[in-house]
Design a binder for this molecule. Structure first.
Ligand SMILES: CC(C)(COP(=O)(O)OP(=O)(O)OC[C@H]1O[C@@H](n2cnc3c(N)ncnc32)[C@H](O)[C@@H]1OP(=O)(O)O)[C@@H](O)C(=O)NCCC(=O)NCCSC(=O)CC(=O)CCCCCCCCCCCCC(=O)O
Ligand code: NAI
Length: 717
């Protein structure tokens, strides 16, 4: 290989015009130069390529030079072309490597076709070449999930020819030298047949059913299957034409924009900002070498599991030995399951080692931890008592976190001698699975505390979103009007299964009533009793369906009074096969109960169509989102969207509630809220928020400009 024979791509991201042109020029030059015997393509700075610049897909001037012809050019080269893959080879980057005749990867490299995750499919012939190289099942798995696979797996699949621990470029050059003169025909993937399966048709049919079920309305996985099917049924060139057609469909579907927005939103929320100018760029986190979790109930056990998985030693504390033993058993079970999913199993997690995980009822053992996460019952007095104790026992620098789902962080902090180190870390259930960590700063929370909580989120492989302190914070505060509307719809004539169906068809993983049964109706009941909305503290003579002059539905309270707490008791909004059962079946008892309830309260039952169900639930949630933005509880709509996608099962291909509002059109959202508010004047959640009205008045600017229309910063910021 002469020096001039090496073509170095020079960019980790393919910026189409510059990189592709350079690649094409270089390839042509190498082909024309008789002194060049082989070509090696590598990346710069230890990265092969992360694929196309995603921002380019939504730009009106999309890729001036197309990738496919270049991949074909590489493949048709008369001189062997070897890809030297370091770092990542993703999307268009991997498609370039598939055009090469040989692929050498560093052992730490990762490869994938993640286009499906941004609403697309591999559009540079990847859906046609990959099945030819690694077979349909493995290719379909990579293309429909978008997962990144490690080099070791790529070698097993035959995606790469060799993996090396040392210098990949030298290894690729060595391989290139070795293969000079060997026939290239068998290395050109476009000329290879797709390996046959005895049951190809049935396999593809089942694959389609599976991705449709999982995709919940997201188009890309289904179209990926169709593109791979084309590879199995058509000659290469026709398969490519089909791939291009399907790519075009996805590009104009709207879902691709939503998913690409979500990709950047998730990264944007890392750049947090809080009152007084504190931000990600200036605040430094403190190390968390050891942590504690208080309370090993539903949430605590998942939080412990998360910490252990992140290799952070944990002290797990309960109120007494009985609860401790129950909690220990549950944690061990979760960890065993997690270990089974990991290479190296229990040894990797090392959770039987007391230096890594210790169970106790003794608060004194918390004296040397760097961070405590409290996850006891949702009760202010109890939380204050615990935080008071912690501030006496924990070392001065320790961060004190609460997993409260709604309570006031400042009030909890007031029980300590270090309010600057008190912060909300709101995990979502199940805590070792859900990606969201809502991080709530109080009036006195220090920038270091926020930075440390964000760093913790990263260590736990979660998405941290920093928000301000208010009842329910962002996620639950937006959820209240949504669930409230769902219950009002039952009062007016609908049924739980009808409401759930509409929202599940929209793409939610689970509708509001299934969700409520899963979480337990008693959780909200306890909170409403604490707020004096129901139970013994409710003033005598309070109208059944009114609180503080506003509409209130006692339906959830009435179910709880009947012992219907949801899945845990085998009955809630649905009936289940047994207490703890998971299969929800519509319950005739509940239907009769709803009829009687309507009769008792003189409510005329009416048919409620899908549009009304969807709009009242979603628009009231979005309306609350505008209130949150206007109050400065979150720094931008992206925060709300990331929270909803990662914590509440909002369908990612719809981009989050605020993005969805922007696609529906703010004037339409406003008009519908006005209409429903006129019909239900006693429901504040339907009254259009002033910020929404203002945005409509200034002709609905694009979402990224919304915050600039808040004329004054709210007192919270
Ligand atoms: C690469 C990563 C694994 C790195 O992760 P990490 O280290 O954790 O860093 P991050 O914080 O994630 O990223 C850092 C920084 O980089 C930004 N970024 C990362 N990747 C991209 C990207 N691909 N584009 C743009 N920006 C990117 C990221 O946003 C961060 O910046 P910040 O936002 O400012 O903080 C990880 O980042 C990752 O996984 N990235 C995504 C990789 C990916 O999805 N790649 C695939 C891209 S799509 C692609 O490659 C497809 C193609 O190339 C095929 C093109 C085919 C075109 C053919 C067209 C033919 C069509 C014919 C029909 C047309 C019809 C018609 O025109 O209508
Ligand atoms: N369950 C859920 O889906 C979510 C709950 N949360 C919040 O997380 C917190 C915990 O909720 P869950 O885990 O659901 O409650 P839970 O009732 O399942 O568990 C609470 C645990 O705290 C323990 N505990 C009580 N007093 C204690 C004390 N003095 N010392 C040590 N341990 C004590 C109890 O023994 C019990 O095991 C609450 O603040 C809740 O609002 C937040 C997100 C979701």
């Amino acid at each position: 290989l002469s020096k001039s024979s090496q073509i170095v791509s020079g960019l980790a991201l393919i910026t189409f015009k510059l990189f592709l042109q350079a690649l094409e020029d270089g390839l042509k030059k190498a082909d024309a130069d008789p002194s060049v015997k082989a070509v090696m393509i590598c990346g710069e700075n230890g990265k092969f390529s992360a694929g196309a610049d995603i921002r380019g897909f939504s730009s009106p001037k999309r890729h001036g030079v197309a990738l496919s012809p270049i991949v074909s050019l590489i493949e048709s080269s008369e001189k062997p072309v070897v890809a030297a893959i370091e770092g990542v080879a993703l999307g268009g980057g991997l498609e370039v490597a598939l055009g090469c005749h040989y692929r050498v990867a560093h052992a730490k490299a990762r490869m994938g076709l993640p286009e499906v995750t941004i609403g697309l499919l591999p559009g540079a012939e990847g859906t046609q070449r990959l099945p030819r190289l690694i077979g349909v099942p493995a290719a379909l798995d990579m293309i429909t999930t978008g997962k990144h696979i490690p080099a070791t797996e790529a070698l097993k699949l035959g995606l790469v020819d060799e993996i090396v621990e040392e210098n990949t470029i030298e290894a690729a050059i060595r391989l290139a030298n070795k293969v000079i003169g060997q026939p290239l025909e068998p290395r050109r993937l476009s000329l290879k047949p797709v390996p046959k399966l005895p049951n190809m048709e049935a396999f593809l049919r089942e694959a389609l059913v599976k991705v449709k079920r999982q995709a919940r309305g997201c188009l890309a996985p289904e179209l990926c299957v169709q593109a791979v099917r084309a590879a199995t049924e058509r000659p290469f060139a026709e398969g490519v034409r089909r791939e291009r057609e399907l790519f075009g469909l996805l590009l104009s579907s709207g879902q691709a924009q939503a998913l690409q927005y979500a990709f950047f939103a998730e990264r944007a929320v890392r750049r947090w900002a809080a009152p007084g100018g504190a931000s990600w760029s200036s605040a430094a986190p403190q190390p968390v070498r050891k942590a504690a979790v208080i309370g090993l109930g539903t949430m605590g056990r998942g939080i412990v599991t998360s910490l252990v998985k992140a290799n952070i030693p944990v002290v797990a504390l309960e109120q007494d030995l009985e609860y401790l033993n129950k909690g220990r058993k549950a944690v061990m079970l979760l960890l065993e399951r997690e270990a089974m999913k990991m290479e190296g199993g229990a040894q990797t997690l090392d959770f039987h080692n007391p230096a890594r995980l210790q169970f106790t009822v003794d608060f004194d053992l918390l004296c040397d931890v760097d961070l405590v996460i409290e996850a006891v019952f949702e009760n202010m007095a109890l939380k204050k008592e615990i935080f008071h104790k912690l501030s006496k026992i924990c070392k001065p620098g320790a961060l004190l976190c609460t997993n409260t789902s709604a309570l006031n962080i400042d009030e909890i902090a007031s029980a300590t001698n270090r309010p600057q180190q008190v912060i909300g870390t709101h995990f979502f259930s199940p805590a070792h699975v859900m990606r969201l960590l809502e991080i709530i700063y109080g009036r006195h929370t220090s920038p270091t505390a926020i930075a440390t909580a964000m760093q913790l989120a990263k260590a736990l492989k979660k998405v941290g979103v920093v928000v301000g302190n208010c009842f329910g914070f962002v996620g639950n505060r937006m959820m209240f009007p949504y669930v409230q509307q769902a219950v009002f719809l039952l009062e007016e004539g609908s049924r739980p299964e009808a409401v759930d169906q509409v929202l599940e068809d929209f793409g939610f993983k689970i509708g509001p009533f299934r969700m409520s049964d899963l979480a337990g109706l008693d959780v909200g009941w306890r909170s409403r009793k604490e707020q004096g909305l129901t139970g013994p503290s409710l003033a005598a003579g309070t109208p059944a369906r009114q609180r503080h002059g506003q509409r209130y539905s006692p339906l959830p309270d009435l179910l709880c009074e009947q012992g219907r707490f949801g899945q845990k008791t085998g009955k809630g909004w649905y009936q289940y096969e047994r207490a703890g059962g998971r299969t929800a079946t519509p319950d005739p008892w509940l239907h009769d109960f709803l009829s009687q309830y309507r009769d008792t309260h003189g409510i005329q039952s009416r048919f409620i169509d899908q549009e009304e169900i969807l709009e009242r639930c979603l628009f009231s949630l979005i309306n609350e989102g505008f209130a949150i933005l206007a109050e400065g509880i979150a720094s931008g709509p992206e925060h709300l969207d990331v929270i909803y996608i990662n914590g509440y099962g909002w369908p990612k291909h719809r981009g989050g509630p605020m993005f969805y509002a922007s696609t529906v059109g703010l004037p339409r959202v406003l008009a519908k809220l006005q209409k429903y508010s006129e019909a239900h004047p006693d429901v504040p959640g339907l009254r259009p928020n002033a910020f929404l009205k203002k945005l409509v008045a200034v002709r609905s600017p694009p979402l990224k400009e919304w915050m600039s229309y808040l004329s004054h910063q709210s007192p919270k910021l």
